[in-house]
Design a protein around this ligand. Structure first.
Ligand code: F6R
Length: 260
């Protein structure tokens, strides 16, 4: 795991945008795995800026989102479809047919999830998967106790996750109980996993995921098994890590060819 600690979320998001830009420049039809939530919002703003000001070209890029609420139509304001189009896709030159977001209205959910997995494979796999972190250690909507080899499937949200997202639904009573999410096994197959976490409220989950044991009770800890997992933090999210000096030391001595 490579743990990179930046002074604030802006600088961390800028680094993430630079890495994605590098990947797209090296492979114009790169496959991006995307996340929603507060964490990647600034990253998406930087990608839009790079598209507008530096000509970053998304015309061949393919995307697969991690998850979507079950029962929400794509035009529901709290759906991840709506989030992705509003916060990124409508501002860049991506082709709608290259965008994949789980369908919250799928009638045969197991069949649909199988098809989503097949589409990822057919695209050649995910080059970089962006991940946020739940305060309970979830990635995607793989809540604690999710199998570390799980594939795309339906999951029941925890009470805490529903509370955390209540603000987007105008009250907890409106938050769906289920989501379709890529599994942890699906996520671990991405060539690079980039987990971003910002703010004091993520510090505990980060400490458990990065320096605790690999356990299904902290789904993000599965990233310890990934050959190229980058954990990108601001100072607050890193505040409960023990090995901070070493993480800074590694970053300062990164060989030039590894920099982004
Ligand atoms: C979103 C997702 C979730 C979020 C996580 C953190 O697609 O899969 O795992 O990344 O809940 O959410 P924020 O970024 O809002 O703190």
């Amino acid at each position: 795991m490579e743990v990179i600690i930046q002074p604030d979320s802006q600088q961390a998001s800028w680094l993430a945008a630079r890495l994605i830009k590098k990947i797209i420049q090296e492979k114009p039809n790169a496959v991006l795995g995307l996340a929603t939530g507060n964490t990647p919002l600034q990253l998406y703003k930087f990608l839009i800026k790079m598209h507008r000001e530096e000509g970053l070209d998304f015309s061949q890029v393919r995307t697969f989102n991690l998850d979507e609420y079950v029962g929400l139509s794509p035009d529901h304001p709290a759906s991840f479809h709506h989030y992705m189009w509003t916060n990124l896709f409508q501002h860049i030159n991506i082709k709608p047919e290259n965008v994949h977001i789980p369908d919250g209205l799928a009638s045969d959910i197991p069949g649909y999830c199988q098809k989503y997995e097949e589409e990822i494979k057919a695209a050649g796999g995910i080059d970089i998967q962006i991940l946020g972190l739940g305060t309970n250690g979830h990635i995607g909507f793989n809540e604690p106790s999710s199998s570390l080899s799980s594939r795309t499937r339906i999951k029941t949200l925890t009470d805490q996750t529903r509370k955390n997202n209540a603000v987007f639904f105008g009250g907890e009573e409106n938050v769906p109980y289920h989501a379709i999410t890529m599994g942890i096994g699906t996520i671990l197959e991405a060539r690079i996993c980039l987990l971003m976490a910002f703010g004091r409220k993520k510090a505990r989950a980060i400490a458990m995921a990065v320096e605790g044991p690999v356990t299904a009770m902290v789904p993000a800890s599965a990233l310890q098994l990934h050959p190229k997992a980058i954990i990108l933090l601001d100072r607050e999210a890193a505040s409960e890590l023990k090995n901070v000096d070493y993480y800074h030391w590694v970053y300062e001595h990164k060989p030039d060819w590894q920099k982004f």
